[in-house]
Ligand binder design. Sequence first.
Ligand code: OGA
Ligand code: MN
Length: 288
Amino acid sequence: MSIAVRTLYPALGAEIRGVDLRAPMDPETFQEVHDVWMDHLVVVFPDQPITDEEHVAFTRYFGQPEIFHQTIIRSRAVKEIFRVSNVDDDGNLMPPSHPTVQQVSLAQLWHTDSSYRAMPCVGSLLHGVEISRTGGETQFINMYMVYDELPDSLRTQVDGRRARHDFGNLHRLRDLKPLTEAEKAAMPPAWQPLVRWHPVTGRKSLYISPIYNDAIEGLDAAGARRLIDDLTEFAARPRFMYKHRWEPNDVLMWDNRCTIHAVTPHDPTERRVMHRTTIMGDQPVLAA
Ligand code: OGA
Ligand code: MN
């Protein structure tokens, strides 16, 4: 069986049809899918009415699924599912002030998943269970292109330098309970290179995760904030960006090693239920 691939945007994004995510995948098909993913960074599998168990099983072709450290957004039924949702596990819509909704709403700011871990994840797979029509579009940026096109004034500030990524920074951005000492100890901040090599493609990309970044080597807090803001502003240009308008049962798979993403706001009275798995990293970030 051969898959059908359609480019969605020049910078990144491709649609793959002809793969049933519920069925076992033979090695040739896996290789084809993996190659398309590495070339296009974000792949969309339309029309995949998968169960959470099938979602996890498909994820296992690409690596070990992560079990998220916080119970508030982890599914009760399937522990590898991370619930990106304003609807609780019992099906009730939560108000915007609910801490879970506050935390989920941070995905409206640019980031790459789990960059605060010593070994950040490889990629994420997001299943549109109940999609939004009032917003809730997911935007992705090709960070290889961003690095390649950085002006010298920014490139000289990132080459050879590291930034800090702290999960606890989320609590400074939204009205959330601060982390307990035990939570802080379990999730210490990680220093990551600002420029990284991709272990599969061998390409260099800019590695920032603005919601987690709270410090940069050699800069004071204001200087670090300014540099992250300048890099983010440079990156968030239409020519580097694919914006996904969801249909029910789309499954998106993105590479967190060379992209950042952010979701657009939506009407908070509209239900939005997205289920995510995360492919665990098995090596530290390669400094370039
Ligand atoms: C995520 C995320 C964006 C969205 O699942 O990691 O950032 O569109 N989600 O829900
Ligand atoms: Mn995310």
